[in-house]
Design a protein around this ligand. Structure first.
Ligand code: CP
Length: 311
């Protein structure tokens, strides 16, 4: 197994997370640092993506690397029956690091166990999305001035939402209080509630989603109900509009409250909210570039000192 692969942030220490935030902050000051001259970054996307793939590719380009890969598995030899194992072994011949999104939970772990180069998990099914979590942590720290002692509301698809699963686990060092708001069909799975209990993390489950419910939120983390994860589309139709954020629900919000969303959005945040000081999801997506530059460097053994020296 490649120890430097990034499959999850759940095992990262508080110090490591804070170190990665400092790395990302360097890249925010100057993203154009050619630390990866002569390297090749492969992006293998077995599931659709806009932000994750493009920000990883931008990160690699701004670091001076070259990028190979695919955005659509239909154009690969997987359609001829090639296995994930063989694909990973082949691409390892060409690239120094592989960024992979896959629809199967555990695919990134599996790839990290067989690949001779580092694997970066760009999302595996409903399981984990560590690079999203890194940019979420960066954004929370940026907007709140800290990661400790925050009220974090998670709303929408908490069952299949890999972004909320990943974030919940990485926040264990920072004494959060989580508030879960989801249709019963999409409630936070027991495994993550048990995780909270194991680490002494407080959580509250709400049925209501009103101005009063969210009045003490520091972070309101909205998510999309993911149609593509439903086997029964009638169930999707029943739940998809259950928890929508309307502008008038912000009238009691704390001044520091920020609305985050991993995006894409469908209809769960009213468009007029984009104009309010609470909306922060587009800046959040921008932070994905800096966070992913930090993660690529980290898995390739490039340190914060190396980054600071490369102005
Ligand atoms: N947040 C996120 O993973 O977006 P994409 O699916 O567009 O990559």
């Amino acid at each position: 197994m490649q120890n430097s692969s990034l499959v999850t942030l759940a095992n990262h220490s508080r110090d490591k997370i804070e170190y990665l935030i400092r790395m990302a902050r360097e890249f925010e000051q100057n993203p154009n640092r050619r630390l990866l001259e002569g390297k090749v970054v492969a992006t293998l996307f077995f599931e659709p993506s806009t932000r994750t793939r493009l920000s990883f590719e931008t990160a690699a380009n701004r670091l001076g690397a070259r990028v190979i890969g695919f955005a659509d598995p239909k154009v690969t030899s997987g359609t001829k029956g090639e296995t994930l194992k063989d694909t990973i072994m082949m691409v390892s011949n060409y690239a120094d690091v592989i960024v992979m999104r896959h629809y199967l939970e555990g695919a990134a772990q599996y790839a990290s166990e067989i690949a001779p180069v580092p694997i970066v998990n760009a999302g595996d099914g409903a399981n984990q999305h560590p690079s999203q979590t890194m940019l979420d942590l960066y954004t929370i720290n940026q907007t709140q001035g800290r990661l400790d002692d925050l009220n974090i509301y998670m709303v929408g698809d908490l069952k299949y939402g890999r972004t909320v699963h990943s974030l919940l686990m990485a926040m264990r060092h920072f004494n959060p209080t989580f508030h879960f708001i989801a249709p019963d069909e999409l409630a936070m799975p027991d495994i993550y509630k048990r995780y909270c209990e194991e680490y002494g993390i407080r959580y509250v489950e709400h049925q209501d989603f009103t101005a009063d419910t969210i009045s003490d939120a520091d972070i309101l983390y909205m998510t999309r109900v993911q149609k593509e994860r439903f086997v029964d589309l009638d169930e999707y139709e029943r739940v998809k509009d259950r928890y929508l954020l309307k502008r008038d629900m912000l009238k009691k919000a704390r001044p520091n409250m920020k609305i985050l969303h991993p995006l894409p959005r469908v209809n769960e945040i009213e468009y007029s909210i984009d104009e309010t000081p609470y909306a922060y999801y587009f800046q959040q997506a921008r932070n994905g570039l800096y966070a992913r530059q930090a993660l690529i460097c980290d898995v390739l053994g490039i340190s914060l000192d190396d980054i600071k020296k490369k102005l």
